[in-house]
Each structure stands twice: as C-alpha cells, then as structure tokens.
Design a protein around this ligand. Structure first.
Ligand code: ADP
Ligand code: ZN
Length: 819
C-alpha cells in the first residue's frame, strides 16, 4: 500500500527537512504552510511547518507519525516558503532557523515553552471545555508551567492544540511576553463639537457667546487652527493661540461646544476621526522625482530615491502608497529601527487612518499574531505595514510596493541570531518574488546602492532642495586641538559651541548634541601605574557610569561599584579618559543651569517606551538640549531645533572598518539634517581634532559624490564590497588554544580552495566576550566567482571540520555580506 508522507520544517538549526508519516485523510487536508505538532527526539513535541506532501519514505530512518494537525488553512504562504529557502541558502543557515525567527512565537509552541496564566481577564470557568479547564486549573496552583509539565498533568501527549485555543482566548500567555507596563502620556486635544463645525453654525455660536468674549475668542482661535490642520488641536496650543486659561476651555467643554479627546502619543490603534487628511500636493522637485521613480518602475527596476534631509521624501512615499492602495494592493514600509516609527505612524495615520498596521519585535505576541492574521487575510486594516526588519516575514498576499527608508542604515543587518540577513537586500528579493515595485530612500545612500545606480542596475531619482526652499544648515568646523592649546575649552565645549547654544536657547529654540559614546567616560585609568579596570569576562576596559557610580561592561553587562583606589598600585589616582553622553549632560547642567537637559542613549531608552518618552518630551519642548548617541540621527523630524553640535567627530572616523568613513559621512550628515527643518536656516557645529579630514570637508560641503568616488576607489584597491563580496566566519570557544588551532585549521582548508582571498584568522578588537574567545576569518569573493559555489565549498570544509572530534563544541558562525 502506498503511504503518505510530509516533509516539515522544524524550528531548530538542523540542515534537513524531516519526514513524518500521515494518514490518507490527513494527506488530503494538509497543504504546505500548515502547522502540525510532531514528536522529535526522545520526548519533545514541536510545532513544525508542512513544506511538501509526497509518497517517498525516508531511507535512513523510520518516519514517525505526526501528533496532530494544528491549522485549517496555511498560515504561511508559498511565496514565504520560497523566500525562506532563499534566506537560508544565501545567508548560510538552516530553514528551521528562518522559520523560528520569521513566525511569532505564539505560533510556535513546543515542549519547553513556558506558559503563564493571564490574571487580567475574567474567566467564566463553566464556559471552558474540560481540557481547557484542566490547564486553567493547573495554572491556579502553579503560576508558571512548561508545556511538557502541562502535558504530564493532563496525561496527554500533545496539548499544543488546547494551548493554542487558550492563547487565542487570552487566558494564558507565553513567558517572554512579559514587558514592563508603561502608560504613555496622554495628550489632551479638543475640537469643535459636531454641531458647530460649519461656517453658518459657527456664526450662530459666536452670536450666542457675545456676552462671553473670552470664550468667543477661544472658539475663533480653534476655528482658525482647525482650518489649517483639520485635526483636533492640542489644548496647550489652543490656550497659547487664544491667550486664554484652561478654565475657559473647560467651560466650553462643559457646555458641549468643544469636544475633548485624550490621545496616547504612541498609540498604535488608530483613534482619530474617520476623516483623514488629504495628501499634500507635491512641489516641482518632488513631482520630478515621482515621475522618475515611476518610469524606472515601468522598466521593472529597483529605484533609489536620493533626497537631501527634509526634502520631502516621506510625502513622495505617501503618494506612491496611495496609488498602490487604490489598486487594492499591500504596501510594506521598512525602517531601520522601530523607534523611528512613532513619528511616522502618526503621519501615515493622518492620511490613511486605520489602514496602517505596525509590526515589530517589541510588540507582544498577541499583537503580532493579530497583525500576522490580518496581513494573511489581506484585510484593509493591515494594507500598509510599517515595521523594522521582522515585518519582512509577514504573510503578504498581494504586495504591490516595498519601501525601504534610510536604506543606508547598517542596523538593517541582523547580527544575532541566524538568519543574519540584511533587511534591505532581503526586501528586494521578497519584492521580486511578489512582482512588487521596490523603492529605497536616503539622504545619504549607501555606497553599494549608489554603485548599483552607477552600473545601471537600479533606477535613480533625486531631490536636491529642502522642502519650502529652506537652506541646508550652515556648517562650521571647530578645531578643538587649537582651542585646547589656547585653553579656550570649557570641559568638552569650545567657545563657538557655547555661543551657539546660548544664542539658540535665547531664541527659544532647541539644541541637539551628538556624542557617539554612552556612559560618563569610556575608561578609568590610574594616572600612577596606568592600570585600567577590565571586565573579567570580556577583553575590554569597563566604562564609567557616574550616575550609578559604577564601572560597567558594555558587552556582558558585568558591573562593579566604583573604586576609590587603584586595585593594581593602591594609589587614589584613578582618572577618567575620554567622555560619553553622561558627562556631556553633566557639564551642560553646570554650564546652562536654567536649561532642561535630556539624554537619549541605550541607557535611557530601555524598556518598551523609553525612546518614545524622550522623543515626546523633546517634541513638546520640555527638553531644551538633547544629548544623545547615534540614536538621534535617524530620520527624526523636530520643528524647533536650530542648532546641532557634534562633540567630537574623530572617534567615528578612526573606527577600524572598511565602512568607517562612509558611515561617518552618513551619520554626520544625518545628525546635521536635524537642524533648521522649517523656515529658518539651521546651524551645525562640528568639533574635531582634525578638521581637515577629507570626510569632514565632504560633510560640510555636502559633497556626496566626492565621498562616493573616494570610497569606491578604496574599495576597488582593497577588494571590499560592493566590488567584491565578503563572508565573515567567526569561531568561538572558551578554550583559547583549541580555538586558535581550530580557526587555523579551517583557514588553511579555505586557503587550499580560495588562496589569497582568505584573510585571518584574526582576533577582533574585543577578542573575548562572555568568556568566549573569538577569531574571525574573512573571505573576499571577486565579481567573477560564483557565490553559490563558494558557499558550497565552505560548507564542505565545515563538514570535514565537524568530523574532527577535538573541534567539537567550537561554534562556527557565518555572516554573509558582513558589514
Ligand atoms: P524627508 O523625509 O526628506 O526628510 P519630510 O518628508 O519629512 O522630508 O519633509 C520635511 C517637511 O516638509 C515635513 O514637515 C513635511 O510635512 C514638509 N513637506 C514635505 N513635502 C511637502 C509638501 N509637498 N507640501 C507641504 N509640506 C511638505
Ligand atoms: Zn564583559
């Protein structure tokens, strides 16, 4: 008798698909992309995904039976399966690893998953079927249980379907979903009551208020404000515009003449009126760019939109999105970091209302599953998806447009865990699988994308003017070497920068200061013996955090209390070297005691909403000076910032990495772009020990082409991307000697195949992290060599490597297109 089998993807790092036995009936209902619960190993149960259905028994093992079918229809599309295959092949990982990171974990229950009871919902126990009730009851006695334990309690092998139902009913949730609960600040808005919105009604209303001139003034101001924005108006703005007190506004609300709303500034659920704003009409530069984009789309090309900061790129994206939506298609809008979306979401929701969905890894599993299902069913509520990397993995049905904003950002590349993909590049592949149009945008395109334009692979569109003809900021370089010599520095501030800050604050405007290091000072060093406290687990010096009076490791979060005396020589001569954001903040508090200083870096933005809190209070002008790391650079649109100061440009330039110069250009240009985005010309002051550095000259003159030419020349000379491709192989182990030997063996085998294009093994700048020693080998692959063949050879070498028992336990990590 012929038997039916399925090949499934297991969410674990094994190379091959696994084969299971199914019955005829099961085979009939199963389709690729449906989940099944399967036994694996001795006693584990996994959620696996059907890849294909066939009649060939496996030859090397006896196929087991599946436990259960979990879906009625595929939750993963065939395009997604092809996309995953590509990712696994290109980025040299297993398709199981792709599966695990692509799908929200609530869809991936397995034996080890931790289950918790949700205390926040009222449950009518009598409504629960027996098996669900038993789980519910078990969780009353013990608040956290493994799936495996629940399975023992119920004396049932496969309880994944029950748990799926309970998850769906919100009765249980998974461990990793526990986030700190943050209640975002509510902003108070008002608008005219429904009955008073038209011109005629307004007149009647004003007549009725003749004896309350102050109230009448408020109504008039509100009418004027709404004529401009059409949206509800912030109470604070209204009070300012009408020069009135909150008591008067309240009186009008009580009378029903005004309606009030409270809106969370970071809300995800669209809470506004059904009415949406009409799109802005584009200016001639924007129109020109849009025309070029469309004509390249017709040739089926990916297009790069190169528009200076504040040129109105977002409005061009919006126009395109609208066109695709009106054809009923889905649009994906990728951003390098989700932190950026706060501003963008409000902007897009103003145009597209509830059609905008947001998806990212900081969302809890329930929210993610909801977006997943909405996208899968092509619902209007998820026609536009904004997200960071992971939004690529949604089950799009009819994806018309893929937008990658800030395409130059290196945070598009995933480092850990596998798949170590570049979201921009993967988005292009995804777009091609769907036959979508693809647009990349940036004020400072990556060298590789601009190169693709130059060689004719990508289309190109450009906007060279800021919107409203606002001038590009005025850039000034300050030589701090000379200033220090002349003793003109106050702390880390030059006279010029101090003058600039004073002037800006006097004008009631805001300041952004950029320093690329967090903490107080990178290093504490003893001035007597030179000893610097080190992390015991990593090969780095500890960073001094003054606020917590601690020395911390930025790699493993090891920390100790600040020491009074040097541990090596015993002298009380510890001093700081270098400086971070915390120190800048402290100096500002002394230099400008009347200004409110805020700080934005990894330390102040932890937690789900840390970033939004800071952005909001800066937007609402509660903060006058914002000090931050590169988090500040990314696409933020602050109206009132007129000065941007760069504390020290040199630390960026001296990074040991082929992209360091390109990245410095991008970073500095982007931070500078936060200055003077409306009307008035902004000012940028860059402090440096080396103001004649080519990159600084290129930044101050806005010479993107000069930067590109120089960088491309260097990449050609040293055979780096985009001319060559690179694969970095990292080896990790806690035994220093074993690691050295293993990396040496691997590199030698690689050299047998690839000769001189193999570099290393070498230690990275931080050669030990969390007690694991690290060595890297880099392979450069020239344009005429096949990437696929190269990868196959590497994999073959890895097979032989793994066969050597002494090397067992050494981790080998591939990073394709490492940046
Ligand atoms: P970019 O994305 O290029 O940095 P934005 O799209 O944020 O630029 O535009 C900068 C500012 O100019 C925004 O406040 C935006 O609302 C405004 N703006 C851009 N295009 C238009 C337009 N066509 N009409 C009115 N305002 C516009
Ligand atoms: Zn450490």
């Amino acid at each position: 008798m012929q038997q039916d089998f399925i090949n499934v993807i297991l969410p674990i790092p094994i190379e091959k698909l696994f084969t299971y036995k199914v019955t005829k009936e099961e085979a009939e209902v199963l389709n690729p992309g449906m989940r099944v619960a399967v036994p694996f190993g001795k006693s584990k149960i996994y959620t696996a995904l059907v890849f294909e259905i066939h009649n060939t028994a496996p030859t090397v093992y006896e196929a087991k039976e599946i436990d259960q079918i979990l879906d009625d229809y595929p939750i993963v599309t065939t395009i997604q399966l092809r996309f995953w295959q590509w990712l696994a092949q290109y980025y040299m990982c297993s398709i199981g690893e792709v599966f695990r990171s692509a799908v929200p974990s609530a869809l991936l229950l397995e034996s080890e998953t931790l289950i918790l009871r949700n205390d926040r919902v009222e449950i009518e126990e009598s409504d629960l079927p027996d098996d669900e009730f038993m789980v519910f009851e078990a969780l009353q006695h013990q608040s956290i249980l493994r799936v495996q334990e629940i399975s023992d309690i119920l004396d049932k092998k496969n309880i994944i379907p029950v748990l799926n139902r309970l998850l769906h009913k919100n009765i249980i949730f998974l461990k990793e979903e526990m986030y700190e609960q943050y209640k975002p600040k509510l902003v108070r808005y008002v608008q005219l009551g429904k009955n008073h919105r038209s011109e005629e009604h307004l007149e009647a209303l004003l007549n009725s208020l003749t004896r309350a001139p102050k109230q009448s003034q408020v109504v008039l101001s509100l009418f004027q404000l709404q004529a401009v924005t059409k949206k509800p108006v912030k109470v604070s703005d209204l009070e300012k515009a009408s020069n009135s007190s909150s008591a008067i506004v309240k009186a009008l609300i009580d009378k029903g003449i005004l309606e009030e709303h409270f809106v969370q500034t970071d809300r995800v659920v669209y809470g506004g009126d059904e009415e949406t704003e009409t799109l802005k009409s584009l200016n001639d530069y924007q129109k020109g760019a849009l025309k070029d984009i469309k004509s390249s789309f017709e040739d089926g090309k990916v297009v790069l939109l190169h528009g200076v900061t504040s040129s109105g790129k977002t409005e061009v994206y919006v126009k395109l999105i609208e066109e695709f939506l009106s054809q009923g298609k889905q649009a994906l809008y990728l951003l390098p970091e989700i932190a950026l979306t706060t501003q963008l979401i409000s902007r897009l929701q103003a145009y597209f209302g509830e059609k905008v969905a947001v998806y990212h890894s900081k969302y809890n599993v329930q929210e993610r599953v909801e977006v997943w299902n909405n996208v899968l069913q092509n619902k209007p509520v998820a026609q536009i998806v904004i997200g960071a990397r992971s939004a690529l993995f949604l089950p799009f049905k009819d994806l018309g447009l893929v937008l990658v904003d800030e395409e130059h950002e290196s945070s598009f590349k995933q480092y850990d865990p596998a798949p170590r993909y570049h979201a921009r590049d993967a988005a292009i592949v995804l777009g091609n699988l769907h036959g979508s149009n693809i647009l990349l945008g940036s004020a400072t395109p990556s060298v590789e994308s601009f190169y693709n334009v130059k060689v004719g692979k990508y289309g190109y569109a450009q906007i060279e003017r800021r919107y409203g003809n606002v001038l590009m900021p005025d850039m000034e370089l300050v030589d701090i070497k000379e200033q220090s010599r002349k003793k003109r520095m106050k702390g880390h501030f030059s006279e010029r920068l101090l003058e600039g800050i004073t002037e800006t604050l006097d004008n009631g405007e805001q300041v952004i200061l950029f320093q690329n290091r967090r903490g107080f000072a990178p290093i504490m060093e003893c001035t007597t013996c030179g000893h610097a406290p080190q992390c015991p687990n990593c090969d780095v010096s500890l960073t001094y955090h003054q606020h917590r009076k601690q020395l911390r490791c930025h790699y493993c979060s090891y920390h100790i209390a600040l020491q009074e005396t040097c541990q090596a020589c015993g002298n009380a001569t510890l001093d700081t070297k270098g400086f971070g954001t915390e120190q800048v903040e402290q100096e500002l508090n002394t230099l400008f005691p009347n200004a409110n200083v805020g700080r934005m870096d990894l330390d102040t933005t932890r937690g789900k909403h840390g970033y939004e809190k800071i952005i909001t209070s800066f937007e609402q002008q509660e903060i006058d000076i914002l000090v931050g790391t590169q988090m500040l650079t990314k696409g933020l649109d602050f109206r009132n910032v007129n000065l941007v100061g760069i504390m020290n440009a040199d630390s960026l330039l001296n990074f040991p990495d082929f992209k360091a110069h390109e990245r410095s250009f991008q970073l500095l240009t982007q931070v500078a772009g936060r200055a003077g985005r409306t009307k008035k010309r902004g000012k940028v002051i860059i402090q440096s020990y080396n103001p004649n550095h080519r990159i600084l000259q290129q930044v101050t003159t806005g010479d993107y082409n000069g930067m590109f030419q120089e960088q491309i020349y260097e990449r050609e000379q040293y055979k780096y991307p985009p001319i060559n491709r690179i694969i970095k192989i990292t080896f990790k182990h806690k035994d220093y000697n074993k690691l050295n030997e293993a990396a040496e063996w691997f590199a030698k085998s690689l050299r047998n195949s690839f000769g001189a294009s193999v570099l290393g093994p070498e230690y990275p700048p931080v050669a030990r992290i969390r007690n694991q020693y690290i060595k890297n080998v880099v392979i450069k692959i020239g344009g005429k060599y096949s990437l696929v063949k190269t990868k196959n050879s590497i994999k073959r070498i890895e097979k032989s490597f793994n066969a050597i028992s002494y090397y067992r336990g050494i981790r080998v990590i591939y990073n394709v297109d490492h940046i």
